[in-house]
Design a protein around this ligand. Structure first.
Ligand code: UT7
Length: 324
């Protein structure tokens, strides 16, 4: 740990948003050839939230951002940067971050989207952290928001049962501190694995939005190895040991991935925040949603050492060590 005061990005507030409509496994089993038992046993998922007409990535993101601002006691006008991680934007362009900006009533700040699918929040956090450290902003909203229900093939039981909609946001604040806030981030991508997890359409190829396709078993195998590696990497970069970690806040894709990754690192399973049972996989929203859930229910407390991690399409993967 450094003894010098450094300009760092400290988490001043968090918030999240879920569409009111909750869909259980039993309800899905009426639509596709699946069972509650299969979904729970293979994934740990019991329910997910699905956006209604009019609820979009930007509206969910705005609700989560408003809560994060209120939690921090900061006015929207103070925000100098909005980074929104999403693979399901409201429009191909402009960036959904600018819709969030407008809904928050901010007339001028930096606002853009980041596309790294399920790792999107880690990418957004790292970008915002480095922009704060570089003096580009004093307050930054980092948001993960998704409406994956709109790119699911509802006939494909191997994917449609796995995902849900939602948003999570954090407000970062520049502060001179020794060991508080974002301590280290590490990001990776390997585009050779494009065909294991992708959407079969796009603006420049088919001119359509497309549907999500995934070879789940192969993604699973890569996920455990990549996540354990990047967690180790970020711990070394932050100067901390696995034994010092109070909470792991992982991307919520599958309970079995969370268990296997924790085991590989020798982290106690009760130190891992699990929300996949109630939210399913919300892609870029899952890490900030899990973080906000565990802060709200009192598990994560000020001063706790957190490691955030995610892996997804690309492949992309990444992690952050944060003192909350
Ligand atoms: O967020 C980005 C990262 N994504 C992930 O991390 C996802 C990683 N992958 C996974 O989570 C898991 O691989 C899945 C949950 C997607 C699948 O679990 P699995 O244990 O790997 O199952 P499987 O794909 O090997 O399928 C086993 C069987 C198959 O039947 P056969 O071939 O054994 O007869 C599937 O057809 O389960 C069948 N199956 C289902 N059965 C009932 C697949 N989906 C379903 C379903 N309901 N929804």
């Amino acid at each position: 740990m450094t003894t010098d005061l450094i300009r760092r990005s400290v988490i001043a507030g968090t918030g999240s948003a879920l569409p009111p409509r909750r869909v259980t496994n039993a309800e899905l089993a009426e639509r596709v050839d699946t069972t509650h038992e299969w979904i729970v046993e293979r994934t740990g998922i019991e329910a997910r939230h699905i956006a209604a007409d009019g609820e979009t990535t930007a509206t969910l993101a705005t609700e989560a951002a408003r809560k994060a601002l209120a939690d921090a006691g900061v006015e929207a006008q103070q925000v100098g940067l909005i980074v929104l991680a999403t693979a399901t934007p409201d429009q191909t362009f402009p960036a959904s971050a600018t819709r969030v900006q407008t809904m928050l009533g901010i007339n001028d700040c930096i606002a853009f989207d980041v596309a790294a699918v399920c790792t999107g929040f880690l990418y957004a956090l790292s970008v915002a952290d480095n922009m704060i450290k570089g003096g580009m902003a004093d307050y930054a909203l980092v948001i993960g928001s998704e409406t994956f229900s709109r790119i699911l093939d509802w006939e494909d039981r191997t994917t449609c049962v796995l995902f849900g909609d939602g948003a999570g946001a954090i407000l970062l604040k520049a502060e001179q501190t020794r060991d508080q806030g974002v301590l280290a981030t590490r990001l990776h991508a390997d585009g050779r694995h494009n065909d294991l997890l992708y959407v079969d359409g796009g603006v420049s190829t088919t001119g359509t939005v497309g549907k999500l396709r995934m070879k789940g078993k192969e993604v699973f195998r890569h996920a455990v190895v990549n996540l354990a590696d990047v967690l180790n990497e970020v711990l070394v970069a932050s100067g901390h040991e696995a034994s010092e970690v109070d909470w792991v806040v992982p991307h919520q894709a599958n309970k079995r991935i969370l268990d296997a990754t924790a085991k590989k690192l020798g982290l106690a399973p009760e130190r891992v925040i699990v929300t996949v049972d109630q939210h399913a996989n919300t892609s870029a929203a899952s890490v900030p949603l899990a973080l906000d859930t565990a802060i709200r229910d009192g598990r994560i407390k000020r001063g706790d050492l957190l490691v955030l991690e995610a892996m997804g399409g690309g492949f992309t993967w990444g992690a952050a060590a944060v003192r909350y």
